[in-house]
Design a protein around this ligand. Sequence first.
Ligand SMILES: NC(=O)c1ccc[n+]([C@@H]2O[C@H](COP(=O)([O-])OP(=O)(O)OC[C@H]3O[C@@H](n4cnc5c(N)ncnc54)[C@H](OP(=O)(O)O)[C@@H]3O)[C@@H](O)[C@H]2O)c1
Length: 270
Amino acid sequence: MQLAVIGPGTMGLMSASRLVAAGVCRPGDVRLSRVRPERRARIEALLPGARRLEDNASAVDGADLVIVAVKPGQFAGACSDLAERVRRDAVVISVMTAVRLEGMARRLGSTNLVRASTNIGIESGVATTFWIASPSTSREARNLARTVFDAWGDRFECGDEALLDTAMVGVGSGPALVLEFARAMSRAMETHGMPPALAERGILSLLRGTAELVAGSDRPPTEFQKSVVTPGGITAEALRSMSDDGFSEIVVNAFGKAMEKTAGLAAPGA
Ligand SMILES: NC(=O)c1ccc[n+]([C@@H]2O[C@H](COP(=O)([O-])OP(=O)(O)OC[C@H]3O[C@@H](n4cnc5c(N)ncnc54)[C@H](OP(=O)(O)O)[C@@H]3O)[C@@H](O)[C@H]2O)c1
């Protein structure tokens, strides 16, 4: 299967290398364009055998799958001459923030258009991907999109495109937000004497362990939480203090700010 990547940056390269690692396509079937000389060594290490094409139009020519991974503001320029070059039956998957299916349809020629909100977990096959396909997307194309998302990690199909922006903040920014919480936990431990390196390693282990524990059980996370809270005990005291200080509101407000920023990212000319 011929895979073209428009935008061989962080997300574009990781998504392609994961598809090769999962056997969805072969290294020699990956086509990249606009490869800066300083990136060649990294690309050769990550995607040995990938083909470097002159321009985006040559890269998508005849490709079965096209991944669009430029910044929203770069989309109109990157895809200005692709409408006639992308095969009508190719599957186009965008991982871009804020660029809507309607804008993709204007520039990308195919009837099989898929929008995905995902994250850097792609690299290790542990991404969380929310996705939606245009109504004209065929059953085969939807199945190929599912195969791609399974290679990247977990997938959740959305029925409403507006949810993709919410999902992008939730999972795209999510790793940074969760790590911010981890940093605050490490700081709390350090405040009470734990050496920084030990605190950091311990908290990361805690995050992994908690996620695995909850994921491996049928019980909802809130029930899990209750099971470690003794009324009047130390965990209850910490949770009460977090609630009194507006922990949830802080997170909800931060999310809202990111959503406002997303709305302002609508790609010019897209
Ligand atoms: N990074 C994340 O964690 C993350 C998570 C979820 C979603 N996303 C979304 O994924 C998209 C890509 O993000 P990123 O972080 O991977 O950005 P990035 O590293 O800057 O990659 C963008 C790539 O697009 C290339 N590019 C720019 N203009 C181009 C053109 N006209 N033709 C072909 N390629 C062009 C850039 O090349 P040059 O360097 O040569 O300009 C760069 O290689 C964005 O829309 C972002 O919102 C990112």
